[in-house]
Design a protein around this ligand. Structure first.
Ligand code: NAD
Length: 448
């Protein structure tokens, strides 16, 4: 039989996970004991924080200051949060009258296949490992081929923390080979995928073969709406962070900006000035750097081609002054103005430091244009009018809405999208839901 590269390794990893699921060393642990192991892993990640931050920056290109202050500490924070849930994830008793009783028990789903992207290698892994371990599952985690290093390092720490063999299996490998083998594998009970919408659909098709449970965190093109009455300075700073941070490689990037007529010109002027001020591109190990290189040459070229197509579609293109660093796959921070809302730049996910700005007249129009997208990951609204803020939050078709901020996220708050941005949630209590199944037990209390 022909076996594609990667398939054999995936098979071994899945078998190890299946075996570990049966072993008392994992199966018989109480939630409290699982929580201890997870806390121990979080401590080890903190102890190795400097090394992990350097690896993350080396592999991904994001500034070291960010890997240190966000990516690494967030990993251990998520592990600790879900360690706290491990002994609180109880079933319930349902009163169905005097002759019977019913109760529910939460069981782990089983072997969980998890596939992650390259933009936040440590953190997307933590978002999946945390709830899966908390509920007592075993795991095969497939890393992105561009950024395998930090999680391969964490693999050693998982062993050191004392997790039984086979509970967490980490594999690197190409998506079409190792990823596909995992999504198709008969012995995998659940697939949790984070990546592009195109791949998410493919993963779903493959997972359908054995009717696996599937959760998806996919792409986005999130709107950010600025009303006339907004605090302009605040809107500019968040709008900038919302699309330029992490080299613009954020699924939740608020990359479609809608600015109300009355303040359009002054917003654009200030946004350009702030982008100019913060445009420090270069060596990600240099503490002054705001923007590192994009993940790959191909990705940088793809972003540049989106910028050209926007120009051809009539948008005005702004870049801050100065040359790009001579080495590395850099893309200049880019502001596209007077963008038509039906053009590619306003509709497609660019996944780079590119803001597309259009103007609007009234609230209804802003919401309608925002919702005219196949995506529904997030949205942001800037206004001082409390009624309008909540109305727009309610009317946006999105899994998350920020009022007077952008890309704010918290371990305790569910994260995920609607429409073609995926389904299922990560983080918060909702993040556990994809990792247990509910068993109902009905007991006859009579001799009947
Ligand atoms: P991608 O879909 O190409 O790859 C993501 C992962 O899937 C990688 O591990 C890859 O190896 C694997 N993969 C690729 N083809 C596969 C296949 N046929 N079968 C199984 N696995 C396969 O995405 P990307 O370009 O690496 O990442 C960028 C995308 O991820 C963007 O669209 C972004 O919006 C999205 N993303 C979403 C979130 C979210 O939470 N919604 C978070 C981060 C990134």
């Amino acid at each position: 039989m022909d076996t594609a590269p990667g398939e054999l390794d995936v098979g071994r990893a899945v078998q190890a996970a299946r075996e570990a699921l049966k072993q008392p060393s994992w199966r018989s642990l109480s939630g409290t004991e699982r929580g201890h192991l997870m806390n121990r892993l979080a401590d080890l990640v903190d102890e190795h924080g400097e090394t992990l931050a350097a690896i993350e920056t080396l592999d991904n290109g994001k500034p070291l200051s960010i890997s240190r202050s966000y990516d690494v500490p967030h990993f251990s924070e998520v592990l600790r949060y879900y360690a706290g849930w491990a002994d609180k994830n109880q079933g319930s008793v349902i009163d169905i009258g005097p002759k019977k009783m019913a109760y529910t028990v939460k069981h782990p789903v089983g072997v969980c296949g998890q596939i992650i992207p390259w933009n936040y290698p440590l953190d997307t892994a933590a978002w999946k490992l945390g709830p899966a371990l908390s509920c007592g599952n075993t795991i095969v985690l497939k890393l992105a081929e561009q950024t395998p290093l930090s999680m391969l390092y964490v693999a050693q720490l998982i062993r050191e923390a004392g997790f039984p063999p086979g509970v967490v299996n980490i594999i690197s490998g190409r998506g079409g080979e190792a990823g596909a083998a995992l999504a198709r594998h008969q012995e995998v009970d659940k697939i949790s995928f984070t990546g592009s919408t195109v791949t998410g659909k493919e993963v779903m098709r493959m997972a359908a073969g054995t009717l696996k449970a599937v959760t998806l965190e996919t792409g986005g093109k999130s709107p950010l709406i600025v009303f006339d009455d907004a605090n302009l300075e605040q809107a500019v700073r968040w709008a900038h962070e919302g699309v330029m941070a992490n080299q613009g490689q954020m699924c939740t990037a608020t990359s479609r900006l809608l600015v109300q007529d009355g303040i359009y010109d002054s917003f654009v002027e200030r946004f350009k000035a702030f982008t100019e001020e913060t445009s420090i591109l270069g060596d990600p190990f240099d503490g002054r750097t705001y923007q590192g290189p994009q993940i790959s040459k191909a990705h940088a070229e793809r972003i540049m081609s989106y910028i050209s197509s926007a120009r051809n579609d009539g948008a005005e293109v702004f870049h801050p002054r100065g040359d790009l660093p001579s080495r590395g796959f850099f893309v200049p921070p880019t502001i596209l103005t007077n963008v038509k809302t039906n053009t590619t730049a306003f509709q497609e996910e660019i996944f780079g430091p590119v803001a597309a700005i259009a103007r609007f007249k009234g609230e209804e129009e802003a919401v309608e244009v925002s919702n005219a997208s196949r995506y529904g990951l997030a949205g942001a609204v800037f206004t001082k009018d409390l009624g309008r803020a909540h109305r727009v939050a309610r009317n946006l078709e999105a899994g998350m809405v920020w009022v007077n901020s952008s890309n704010d996220s918290d371990t305790r708050v569910p994260f995920g999208g609607v429409k073609e941005s995926g389904y299922g949630r990560e983080l918060g209590e909702d993040g556990l839901k994809g990792y247990y199944s509910v068993k109902a037990v009905l007991v006859n209390l009579t001799d009947e």
